[in-house]
Design a protein around this ligand. Structure first.
Ligand SMILES: C[S@@+](CC[C@H](N)C(=O)[O-])C[C@H]1O[C@@H](n2cnc3c(N)ncnc32)[C@H](O)[C@@H]1O
Length: 190
């Protein structure tokens, strides 16, 4: 057999928790691939909140969603994901089925603009509050660059200390590949 690569694995996880009408969050829209995937899964009855600090990323995401006819269920927010608690509707709190973060920089964009440990940890802990029971948070972590290593250490420390009565935390990644490939952290709320 061939083990699932990182991106398909995240999609398998998302498929297990999302259905039409679900609420989902993309913490790092980038070029919008994950945002579109979430929007397709939740349908027009559902809702996706998408965050990015770069207008360029939000424009690319908007264009992708428009092209595929899935913009109506997506709320694009030009802000750090650290502000997720202030920007999500009250009635959606505790109702989020899935959230995904793809850390690092915008592919094809400015490589100096990267996710950072402080905002990432704030967002991760906020989203754990926002998940419904059975909900899932996925973080794709890149530890290959200097900032990424610090971020990876911080996220691993935080998630490995979560109470196992409240959360299951899974790490999935290939350990014999060169150049520090990304790995997945999946946190399921019990
Ligand atoms: C690896 S890309 C995301 C790729 C995206 N998931 C896709 O499918 O194309 C990371 C994105 O995170 C954004 N970002 C960096 N810091 C952020 C923050 N504090 N809040 C929200 N987005 C941030 C960057 O601007 C960049 O677009």
């Amino acid at each position: 057999m061939t083990l699932q690569r990182i991106l398909p694995f995240t999609r398998t996880l998302l498929d297990s928790v999302l259905e039409k009408g679900s609420i989902a969050i993309d913490g790092t829209c980038g070029n919008g691939h994950d945002t579109l995937y979430l929007a397709e899964r939740v349908g027009e009855e559902g809702k996706v909140y998408g965050y990015d600090i770069q207008e360029e990323a939000l424009l690319a995401t908007k264009a992708r969603l428009e092209k595929e006819g899935h913009l109506s269920q997506v709320n694009l927010i030009h802000s750090s994901h650290a502000h997720v608690l202030d920007t999500i509707e009250e009635t959606d709190k505790g109702q989020v089925a899935a959230a995904i973060f793809n850390l690092g920089y915008l592919p094809g964009g400015d490589k100096s603009i990267v996710t950072n440990p402080k905002d990432t940890l704030e967002a991760v802990s906020s989203i754990l509050e926002l998940l419904k029971p059975g909900g899932l948070l996925i973080v794709v972590v890149y530890s290959g660059h200097q900032e990424g290593k610090k971020e990876s250490d911080a996220v691993l420390k935080f998630t490995s200390e979560l109470d196992q009565r409240d959360y299951q935390v899974l790490r999935y990644g290939f350990i014999n590949q060169k150049n520090n490939p990304p790995y997945v952290l999946a946190i399921s709320k019990t």
